[in-house]
Design a protein around this ligand. Structure first.
Ligand code: GDP
Length: 619
């Protein structure tokens, strides 16, 4: 029987007959002749399409279901499943088009659905300062699994992997660091359930350790500390524990509630304990999902494979993803033609918390994109196109962080509202005084909360955190990286930089009091020179002028300058060209300009047209 070799071809999206959504039914196996007849096309066309798909078949050849279905779909047909698809439990009448970015762990299930809800493996991200051993720990944990696994195979780097501990699974995301973690969150994707904070026992809490803690806290993700490199003679666990306690992670041994596990990626000491602790925390978090629900989840990473086309590693968060499911992924779509687990093995289905690599998408999606399963490919395509159109439309209309008005509304509704802040300063020494003063401010139930503070320029990572936690960024004696500036503009994130501490504090204070006066900026639109003065009875003086630069505007203000003096500053009374009222006159043109109450007008006076625009205030 002819079969499509999965993994060896790039499936081209055929445009042929794509407008047709004719439905056909295919049995478990079918000859080329019968399939052609079923589709109402010539067997020759079908054989050609099969050749494109890498299958050499003659007219009497039997095709298996998968091959027949793939080719038929490529030719624009909708293939009906041979056996009824296991019905997904209907929970919502109409699923929201925007996939809910809420973490699966916060999902609320209906009573009916609770019957199907099961515990699911925790999804872990390693965070911590550079060189403290995140990658090494991920490697050791992965190796342990490979050695334990009967297959003894090589794991593939697909962006995530799973290990089994006492018959329970743990999913590890393979891109360590808070940049990846927070950029996913900024895109609305909450993949991580538990953060493992890796802190080298010989180096202690470092700037990125602090950053990682803030990022994990902002995401409300529990933190387990791996006190790594414990094998080194220079390791000083007590000192590091003290540092951890100082940043609010008080170790259990010291009466706090932070689990700290001494580990070594070299001797493998503590790895088992770390895994056990992860399972313990997972149990406390009561992580659950409904494998029967319509599948949805997020993209861990995407790539373009020379032979297999777009590939995406998906993390299933709800439901069970199956081969042949039609997918809407970010702004692309497709059908699951084949799925592979992190060992590179073919799998037919993937349940909650499982990472799978999927083949069959039309384009490469981005990490953090949400996916869900829809009825069929044409629906998926339609929705993907709608999303692209929506995004195009939204361009230039940035989403803004929580505004002060919204904060007030919250406060008035009786909810304690806080203005989330990210503070970046030039030195550790300036952070404490700023922070202390700001924390003391409390205005009618409104307060500030520091999502993160740190030393150094404002970077993309700060913007991502601001997006994810709806924060305003304050800079003290620091610059904004150019890429961060661009990103802030497109994401609608407010950045304010200061070089005087009291100005910064005053602004926050005023912002919280809602007293920040709007500021206006004057923009000179154009200048004109008076050539001749006309005195028109009943109208007054009219300046016959020539625009020397920019534009003369009817709906603007005008300043009349004579030498170094301003003899008039007020609205434009009238603007005419050849007796006709006009809205604007451009450079080089002549026009007549009237004023409200100006008699003393002379040849050679300079007219300066300007508008006043409101500069947005508030943080
Ligand atoms: P990452 O930047 O946090 O991912 O750190 P890496 O995993 O790349 O590790 C940085 C360096 O520390 C490498 O040279 C590792 O071999 C070394 N390293 C990592 N873990 C340990 C450990 O537990 N003990 C010792 N002695 N060295 C380690």
């Amino acid at each position: 029987m002819a079969k499509v070799e999965s993994g060896t071809r790039r499936v081209e999206q055929s445009t042929q007959g794509s407008s047709s959504s004719q439905e056909i039914q295919i049995p478990d196996s079918i000859t080329v002749r019968d399939l052609a007849e079923e589709m109402g096309c010539s067997p020759i066309d079908l054989i050609k399409e099969l050749m494109n798909a890498g299958v050499m078949a003659n007219i009497n050849q039997e095709l298996d279901y998968d091959t027949a279905a793939i080719v038929a779909e490529d030719m624009g047909y909708t293939v009906k499943e041979p056996e009824p698809y296991e019905p997904a439990v209907e929970v919502e009448e109409e699923q929201e088009e925007e996939i809910s970015p809420a973490p699966a762990r916060q999902r609320v299930y209906s009573e009916e659905e609770m019957k199907y809800v099961r515990p699911r493996p925790p999804v872990i991200t390693m965070l911590g300062h550079v060189d403290h051993g995140k990658t090494s720990l991920l490697d050791v944990i992965r190796r342990t699994e490979v050695q334990a696994g009967e297959a003894g195979g090589i794991t593939q780097r697909i962006g995530a992997y799973q290990v089994s501990v006492d018959d329970r699974l743990i999913t590890f995301l393979d891109t360590p660091g808070h940049e990846a973690f927070t950029s996913m969150r900024a895109r609305g994707a909450n993949a991580t359930d538990i953060a493992v904070l890796v802190v080298a026992a010989d180096d202690g809490v470092q700037p990125q350790t602090r950053e990682a803690i803030d990022h994990a806290r902002a995401a409300r993700v529990p933190i387990i500390v791996a006190l790594n490199k414990i094998d080194l003679p220079s390791a000083n666990p007590d000192y590091v524990m003290q540092q951890l306690a100082d940043v609010g992670l008080v170790p259990e041994d010291w009466g706090g509630d932070t689990i700290v596990v001494p580990t070594s990626a070299i001797t493998e000491e503590g790895i088992d304990t770390l895994l056990e602790m992860i399972l313990l925390v997972a149990e406390m978090e009561d992580l659950k999902a409904n494998p029967q629900r319509d599948p949805e989840g997020i993209v861990i990473e995407g790539e373009l494979d020379r032979f297999r086309g777009p590939l995406a590693t998906l993390l299933v968060q709800e439901g069970t993803l199956r081969v042949r499911d039609a997918l809407l992924v970010g702004e692309t779509y497709g059908r699951v033609r084949a799925m592979f687990d992190y060992r590179g093995e073919n799998v037919d289905e993937a349940g909650p918390s499982t990472p799978v690599r999927v083949m069959g998408l039309d384009d490469v999606p981005e990490a953090g994109d949400a996916f869900r399963v829809v009825e069929d490919q044409s629906k998926a395509k339609e929705l993907a196109e709608e999303r692209t159109a929506d995004r195009e439309e939204r361009r230039g209309r940035p989403v803004t962080a929580l505004s002060l008005e919204e904060l007030y509304a919250q406060a008035q509704a009786g909810n304690a509202a806080t203005l989330n802040l990210i503070l970046k300063a030039d030195a550790q020494g300036s952070i404490a005084p700023i922070k202390n003063s700001l924390e003391d401010i409390e205005e009618e139930g409104l307060g500030v909360e520091f999502v993160h503070e740190g030393v150094g320029n404002i970077t993309e990572s700060d913007i991502n955190l601001a997006v994810a936690s709806q924060a305003v960024i304050l800079g003290f004696n620091v610059d904004v990286d150019p890429t961060a500036k661009q990103m802030a503009a497109s994401e609608g994130i407010k950045i304010r930089t200061y070089d005087v501490i009291y100005r910064l504090i005053e602004d926050v204070q005023l912002a919280l009091r809602g007293m920040l006066e709007p500021e206006y900026e004057e923009i000179v639109q154009g200048r004109a020179v008076v050539r001749e003065v006309f005195d028109i009875s009943g109208v007054g003086k009219i300046a016959g002028s020539q625009v020397s630069e920019g534009r003369a505007l009817r709906n603007a203000d005008v300043r009349v300058r004579r030498d170094s003096e301003v003899i008039y500053d007020g609205p434009v009374g009238s603007l005419k060209r050849f007796q006709r009222d006009v809205r604007e006159v451009s450079t080089g043109m002549e026009c007549g300009v009237g004023f409200e109450g100006l008699d003393d007008l002379q040849e050679g006076d300079i007219l300066e047209f300007y508008t006043t625009e409101r500069v947005e205030q508030g943080l």
